[in-house]
Each structure stands twice: as C-alpha cells, then as structure tokens.
Design a protein around this ligand. Structure first.
Ligand SMILES: O=C(O)[C@H](O)[C@@H](O)[C@H](O)[C@H](O)COP(=O)(O)O
Length: 260
C-alpha cells in the first residue's frame, strides 16, 4: 500500500450498509456543491445501482440528510457498447433502479454514451471523453478530470470499471476514456474510465457484498498482487472507502475501520 490506506467499512448486512453509504455520499455531494455548485459522480453497473437506490431513495431524516439530485451530474465509470434500452446497458440499469423513481424536479443531469458510435468503439470512447471535457473544462487546461466521487463495484476477478486484471488498458496513461473490445465479462465491447482518471477522483467508493467476494477481497487487501481494485487502493489511499458486508470480508485480515 502507499502512504495512506483505504478505509474498509464492514457492515452485518446490506440493510446496515445502505444508511452509511447514504451518509458518505451526502458528505461528498455537499463538498461538491461547496466546490463548484454541482456534484459530479460516475457510477458502475453490476449490483451497485440497486444498492445505491436502497441508500438514496429513502426520505430525508433531517436537514443534514438531503440528497439534491437536481444538482447531480451523473457519468458512467464504464458502459457497454449497446443501445440505451438494451438489457446489458448500465444506463438502462441505473434508469430502472434509480432515475425512474425520482420525481421530475429531482432528475439529475445524466451523461449516457452517444449511441451513434456503437459500431466504432474508439469513437465511442473519444466522444465520451469529449463529454467529460465539456463538463470539466478543456483537456488543455486540466490534465485529468476530477470527479467528486466514483461509485464502483469490484468483480470476482478483482476488476473495477472495465479495467480487468493483466489487461494492457491498465497501462493507459493518456486517454481519459478507453475502448475495450475483449472484456472477459460479457458483453465484450465496452468503454471505461482509465486508471489515472479513477485515481484522480476526490473520493472513490467501492461497494462489494456477498460471500462470493471473499476470495478476491483477500487477494486485494492481504496479498496485493496488482489487481485493478488494488491499484485503485494504492493510487487513492485514504481517499478510497470500501462499503462491504461481513460475508464479503470473511477471513480478510486487513484492519476494518468503524464508520462514525
Ligand atoms: O459494467 C460492468 O460490468 C460493471 O461496471 C462492473 O465493473 C461491475 O461493477 C463489477 O463487475 C462488479 O459487479 P457486481 O457488483 O455485480 O459484482
């Protein structure tokens, strides 16, 4: 690990995890509002949108518990090269789990991929990079976009976004968004934020739940063999927080932190 270490927060269940995740997201949201009047967040697919909905769709318990989606800008940390209403689309998933459940006046600004370029992955990635450029100022003026928060999942092989173990994409140093034609997790054609962009975020949160994650969690936290999730831990240190349930970290010796 680098100078500082990620925060590992473990909860007995997803029901116990959700309110803590909500608290953490609201803190990141308010920091974004204070910094630039908006909350710029990128989300992954997988099981994350469902957990997010559980965390965010409950009514506010008080003035410090407000989620103001109208001032959110939502990007996709990775996306599959499919139409936006396709069963594999991360946008469709987020829409069904979260966006469709928000009232009209609370709709965030959402940045889906430009489906006009589905048959040219490089162009699809370049266009999405231009979407980031437009939101984060020009590439010439900023070396890397700075998201207020990335909300990511962790695959059973240690991948995150569409950054897979041992893949050449892990060495990308220039692009903000890259195409991948050979994702080992179907569907094979995707675009993804690159590692430098992920590591440059103000905060990164992983959500990993279920016993199916415990072997990979041991490898990420206790063995550090260069898996993509471990590279994010290393690159972000204490800016990185893991929200996990106990079954996902059974047997992991890395110290957990109490969520206060
Ligand atoms: O498009 C994707 O495939 C996801 O963005 C991917 O990176 C996901 O987050 C992980 O595979 C974890 O998925 P689970 O949370 O379902 O285990």
């Amino acid at each position: 690990m680098g100078k500082t270490q990620p925060n590992l927060y473990a909860f007995p269940s997803v029901n116990a995890l959700a309110p803590a995740l909500r608290f953490y997201i609201i803190e990141a949201q308010n920091a974004g509002f204070a910094r630039h009047g908006a909350f710029k967040v990128a989300v992954s697919g997988g099981s994350l949108p469902k957990t997010l909905a559980q965390a965010l769709l409950t009514p506010a318990s008080g003035p410090n518990d407000q989620v103001d989606f109208a001032r959110w800008e939502i990007f996709f940390a990775d996306e599959r090269a499919v139409p936006l209403d396709h069963a594999d689309s991360n946008y469709a998933l987020l829409k069904a789990e979260l966006l469709d459940k928000l009232p009209a006046e609370q709709q965030p600004k959402v940045h889906p991929i430009n489906v006009a370029h589905l048959d040219d992955l490089q162009e699809l990635a370049d266009q999405y990079e231009q979407t980031l450029v437009a939101s984060f100022a020009s590439r010439d003026s900023v070396r890397l976009p700075i998201f207020d928060l990335l909300l990511l999942g962790c695959g059973p092989d240690g991948h995150t976004c569409s950054l897979f173990p041992g893949h050449a994409l892990l060495r990308e140093t220039d692009a903000w968004v890259a195409p991948i034609e050979d994702s080992p997790k179907p569907p094979p054609k995707r675009i993804t934020l690159t590692l430098p962009v992920v590591n440059h975020s103000v905060r990164v949160a992983f959500v990993a739940t279920g016993a199916g994650k415990k072997d990979i969690m041991k490898q990420i936290f206790d063995q550090n063999i260069g898996l993509p999730c471990a590279l994010v831990n290393e690159g972000t240190g204490e800016r990185c927080s893991w929200f996990v349930d106990e079954p996902a970290v059974e047997g992991v010796s890395f110290p957990r932190r109490a969520f206060l």
